[in-house]
Design a protein around this ligand. Structure first.
Ligand code: NAD
Length: 263
């Protein structure tokens, strides 16, 4: 008797929080075995693992690799591929932010943002591609940002890294175009997550504003819809990019920004 095909497998970096958590949840609901990844409270992460596997009947493992460390990133990829014997979807989502005028920008923050938001994508992709090529299929989704297309002041490292993610996405998409592996970047505007919440105090300081002014005059000012994007909307977009209907979407820098970059 033929063996039942194994479940597809997805790895989502930075899936202990925010958008990544939403994408991992949506992929589990689609029947993917999941490698969760990111930093955070071990008890909360264990609870998320159990919730996803109980609710969707999939296997959910967890890796705590620090993405500033190349060897740890490589080990995370090797372990994820070995655990499920395949890798169908790689979502490069982990990211950090720092808000500061360029002349005061801490060098260590620049280095960390470039390492986590950009270089880690290179390291996970180069480790994923041989397995995806051997399988004859794969989906790579990079969480870029509206800041992959346009800039804001005081975010030099983030904007540089996200523009880099757009370039990496296009280059690798072309390399893999005949391999049935698509590579795309989702570029959200502001999504209400811990990453956005955490930058409010620094933006208040850098611009001399109140919290409400930052929300209305900085964050939502950029978005003509005057609404935050939801985590669920980004997750649904990622699920679509993994579907057969998206097989000819590759190398695309996909905006989901309430009209921000149309201006
Ligand atoms: P978040 O802060 O809620 O989650 C970030 C995740 O990255 C967490 O799981 C965290 O543990 C992980 N992480 C951070 N540093 C790490 C490290 N050194 N090693 C391993 N993991 C690390 O952020 P979010 O808002 O959900 O953002 C997710 C992605 O979406 C980021 O790439 C971000 O730039 C992008 N994005 C966010 C927004 C937004 O408005 N929230 C908009 C556009 C793009």
């Amino acid at each position: 008797m033929a063996q039942a095909p194994s479940r597809p497998a997805a790895l989502v970096t930075g899936s202990t929080s925010g958008i990544g958590r939403g994408i991992a949840t949506a992929l589990a609901a689609e029947g993917y075995n999941i490698t969760l990844h990111g930093l955070g409270d071990p008890a909360e992460i264990a609870a998320l693992q159990k919730e996803l596997s109980d609710r969707h009947g999939v296997e959910v493992r967890y890796d705590a690799a620090d993405l500033t460390q190349v060897e740890a990133t490589e080990a995370m990829m090797d372990a994820a591929i070995a655990a499920f014997g395949r890798l169908d979807v790689l979502v490069n989502n982990a990211g950090i932010q720092h808000v500061s005028p360029v002349e005061d920008f801490p060098v260590a923050r620049w280095d960390a943002i470039l390492a986590i938001n950009l270089s880690s994508n290179f390291h996970t992709i180069r480790k994923a591609v041989p397995t995806m090529k051997a399988q004859g299929s794969g989906r790579i989704i990079n969480l870029a940002s509206a800041h992959a297309l346009v800039a804001s002041p005081f975010k030099s490292a983030y904007v540089a890294a996200k523009h880099g993610v757009a370039g990496l996405t296009k280059a690798v998409a072309l390399e893999l175009a005949t391999s049935n592996i698509t590579v795309n970047a989702i570029c959200p505007g502001y999504v209400w997550t811990p990453l956005v919440e955490r930058q409010i105090p620094d933006t208040m300081k850098a611009r001399g504003m109140t919290e409400e002014q930052v929300k209305q005059e900085v964050l939502l000012k950029a978005q003509p819809t005057k609404q935050f994007i939801t985590i669920e909307q980004v997750a649904a977009y990622a699920v679509f990019l993994c579907s057969p209907a998206a097989a000819n979407i590759t190398g695309a820098i996909l905006s989901m920004d309430g009209g921000w970059t149309a201006q």
